[in-house]
Design a protein around this ligand. Structure first.
Ligand code: C2E
Ligand code: CA
Ligand code: CA
Length: 784
């Protein structure tokens, strides 16, 4: 259970509020009770003090009446007159006993004690006699409290008149248990009488308190009191009292006080009971409040918690979770909005994942989805101990079609291809996907290599059939690579990578389907080292310029040469261009190589100029060169460097090189032509370019591919093609050149067909450039 949860906070707040209100009430009430009780006690004490004072006064009056009775007694007065001491003393004793006095005495006018019922006590009160006498003389009686031997006495004095005062009667009665008992009967308070000794220590004379409480009272009191005083808190044993102290008498050595006490605890007791009831009520109320607030909090937080859980499940992509909040309040509204949001998110996620994992053009899974599928198939194969295969397909010439026919056409073509793949796969449950551009892939889960090869053949056959779109028919072949788990790769990435490698090999070798093998990768590693070797060859001047002459067929004069590159490898010996030009084209190294050939050719032309020789120099150019926007500038710089005219050069470009990116090729060719260079279409007859397009190029020469020329004297078809190509070239106003002339017959045939120039082993194999002048001399000598 979380401490900071909403539920707990609501509960804590509720109960906290309730408890604090009750606590404050409890203490305020408690305090009020206390204050009230104490005021009441104080009042009570004051009243009781008055009662007590009155009681003492009554006591004194009673004693005065008793003394007056004696003073008027005839027998007593007679005895005084006759100085009958015995009778006097017995009268004093009898009378004193009757009214409960401890002492009765006869005092002379001079204040001397003439006779006493108790001589010891009388001696202790001698001093008081002289103090009482003046007021007794004035008012007819006097009373006073005196302390003798640590005990308080009420003492009174009245005259004996006959009718003039002849002597005095004085009486004393102890103030003690009697008066205390009387007092207690009148009120419920505790009362104690205490007298202090000469050291100021209090001693209880009499007390309604238990002995131990009385003793601790004596210890707690201050040493002296001059007037009546309140002591609010007096803790005696287990009881708390409020007390009122009343000084009764004082002399030089001692003083007597009365202490009236009321028990605070007792006074407060009924209120305390009330307060306890209140506390009990509070506790019950709080418990009820806890229960109610827990229920309320649950009502609020239960649905909130459910929504939070739903949100968490949404977070991990679970949209099935139901929201069971049926409340009709704001929380119910929230829950319903939440459910709507969940549905909307689910729908949107579906759309997003469709976009993220789907190729919208072909309606096939895309690369990311395909990789997932392959991953699953690998897991499945791992579990079952089987295998799965990936077929990767790359269309031939798609870029070309896209450029020439437009993107809309390209899109339609891709759709057609997707359709064919689907048809070929059929309902076998295997999935085609479009990985991007013109690259497709098929996953065969739980399949054998034979299955994969079988499907690959069917797919290739299907793609070899021309596709027609909007009255246009397009031939579209493909390269296809096969790789499988666990035979060729251990994981998805490697499997896709190897299928791709196999596919590239298939495309290069124009070999239909290729199954991945580690050697393929090795060959690609070899390629890497080949690139390094080519760079080194360029630095160390291992490339050589070879030249092959071209004749004007009608005159037999050498009119031109074709520059052909050779590589003299320090270990491998002479390497022919077929072995490295395609690779140089793939890697882009061809640009550097073309630059080198052009330099060498220009240098040769310059040397010939000096020697008075003039032959057109044909140089071969590749696709990559044509795509280089800077090519015309680079050539211009070379021409300038070697001081040769652009018109000395003819650039041979294969049809397919032009068609890889016709727009850019067109631009570059225009610039080169504008510089004054001639242009020639090489290997004419092997490509697919439309005549209309070729016509739009600034071309000067057509070069019939040697494959038609080599066997033209045996093959009627070939010679027909050659004848029509020559006518076609001439119709377009172009010079026509035939390469691959290996014998005199072919040369004669071409001459008869009106072909302008010829080139071939019959005339000369390509030779090192420096050998050319010598060969030329020999040739000219022979033909003369
Ligand atoms: P290409 O431009 O068609 O060059 C003509 C090829 O035919 C040359 O092969 C040449 O030796 C060969 N040939 C000439 N007469 C005959 C003949 O009577 N019979 C036969 N069987 N062959 C003949 P090479 O020199 O091996 O060049 C092959 C290809 O390499 C060239 O074909 C060209 O496409 C490319 N190439 C050569 N040098 C360069 C270069 O400097 N730059 C570029 N980009 N490509 C080059
Ligand atoms: Ca050529
Ligand atoms: Ca050629």
């Amino acid at each position: 259970m979380r401490l900071h949860s909403l539920e707990n906070r609501v509960i804590v707040l509720f109960i906290g509020l309730l408890l604090s209100v009750q606590l404050v009430a409890y203490f305020v009430i408690g305090n009020a009770i206390d204050i009230n009780a104490r005021t009441a006690i104080e009042e009570d004490l004051k009243i009781n003090e008055k009662i007590f004072t009155r009681l003492i006064e009554q006591n004194a009056q009673k004693l005065i009446q008793g003394a007056n009775l004696l003073a008027k007694d005839f027998g007593f007065r007679d005895a005084i007159g006759s100085h009958d001491t015995e009778t006097i003393i017995s009268s004093l004793q009898n009378h004193g006993q009757r009214i409960g006095a401890d002492l009765s005495m006869l005092v002379g006018l001079d204040g001397k004690i003439l006779a006493a019922s108790s001589p010891d006590l009388a001696a202790g009160l001698q001093a008081s006699v002289s103090q009482l006498m003046p007021s007794a003389n004035a008012t007819g009686s006097a009373s006073r409290i005196e302390i003798v031997d640590g005990k308080p006495y009420q003492m009174v004095m009245v005259p004996i008149a006959a009718p003039v005062t002849i002597s005095w009667v004085a009486m004393a009665i102890p103030i003690g248990k009697t008066i205390v008992d009387d007092m207690q009967q009148l009120s419920l308070m505790q009362i104690s009488l205490l007298t202090s000794d000469s050291q100021g220590h209090w001693q209880a004379n009499v007390s309604t308190l238990p002995a131990s409480a009385a003793a601790s009272l004596a210890n707690l009191l201050p040493t002296s009191f001059t007037h009546a005083q309140l002591i609010a808190d007096l803790q005696l044993d287990d009881n708390l009292y409020s007390a009122r102290v009343l000084p009764l008498a004082r002399n030089d050595t001692a003083s007597t006080i009365a202490v009236l006490q009321l028990s605070v605890s007792q006074a407060v007791a009924p209120y305390k009971q009330l307060q306890r009831n209140l506390l009990l009520l509070s506790v019950i109320g709080s418990l009820l409040a806890i229960v109610v607030s827990v229920i309320t909090a649950r009502r609020i937080t239960g649905p909130v918690r459910q929504l939070a859980e739903t949100a968490r499940r949404l977070g991990i992509g679970d949209y099935q979770v139901a929201i069971g909040v049926l409340q009709k309040d704001e929380i119910g509204d929230l829950a319903r909005s939440f459910a709507k949001m969940r549905d909307a998110i689910a729908l949107r996620e579906q759309q997003i994942s469709r976009l993220a994992y789907h190729d919208t053009l072909t309606d096939l899974p895309n690369r990311a989805r395909f990789a997932d599928m392959v991953g699953q198939a690998i897991e499945q194969a791992k579990a079952s101990g089987g295998s799965c295969f990936v077929l990767m397909i790359d269309l031939d010439r798609f870029k070309h079609v896209n450029d020439v026919m437009g993107h809309r056409f390209g899109d339609l073509l891709l759709r057609q291809v997707a359709l064919r793949l689907r048809t070929e796969i059929g309902l076998s449950g295997q999935a085609p996907a479009r990985l991007g551009g013109d690259e497709f892939a098929i996953l065969l889960s739980e399949a054998t290599l034979a299955d994969a090869v079988g499907l690959a053949e069917r797919v290739l056959q299907a793609l070899e059939q021309a596709i027609s779109i909007e009255d246009q028919t397009v031939d579209i072949g493909a390269g296809l690579g096969i790789a499988g788990f666990p035979a060729h790769a251990g994981d998805t990435e490697m499997l896709l990578g190897h299928a791709e490698v196999a596919m590239y090999v298939a495309k290069q070798s124009k070999n239909g389907a290729v199954i991945y093998a580690p050697e393929i990768d090795k060959s690609s590693q070899q390629s890497l080292s080949l690139l390094t070797e080519m760079r080194i060859a360029l630095e160390q001047n291992h490339f050589l310029l070879y030249l092959q002459p071209k004749l004007a067929l009608d005159s037999g004069a050498v009119v031109a040469v074709e520059a052909l590159v050779r590589w003299r490898h320090p270990q491998r010996g002479m390497i022919f261009p077929d072995q490295f030009i395609p690779f140089a084209e793939q890697t882009g190294f061809i640009r550097q190589l073309t630059h080198w050939v052009m330099q060498a050719a220009a240098r040769t032309c310059h040397a010939w100029d000096a020697a008075g020789l003039q032959f057109k120099m044909s140089v071969n150019i590749s696709t990559r060169d044509l795509l280089d926007q800077e090519l015309p500038n680079k050539f211009a710089a070379i021409l300038l460097e070697h001081q040769v005219a652009a018109s000395a050069f003819c650039l041979e470009i294969t049809e397919s090189a032009i068609m890889d990116d016709p727009v850019r090729a067109h631009q570059t060719l225009d610039k080169l032509h504008a510089m004054g260079m001639q242009l020639s279409i090489d290997d004419f007859g092997t490509g697919y370019s439309s005549l209309a397009y070729l016509k739009s190029l600034p071309v000067d020469e057509l070069k019939i591919d040697k494959s038609f020329v080599l066997k033209m004297e045996q093959d009627i078809d070939d010679s027909k093609i050659v004848k029509s190509t020559i006518d076609l070239g001439h119709n377009m106003g172009l010079r026509v050149v035939a390469e691959g002339i290996e014998n005199l017959e072919v040369m004669q045939l071409l001459k008869n067909l009106g072909c302008d120039q010829g080139q071939g082993y019959y005339i000369s194999r390509p030779m090192p450039a420096e050998d050319f002048p010598a060969w030329l001399q020999q040739w000219q000598a022979r033909s003369i």
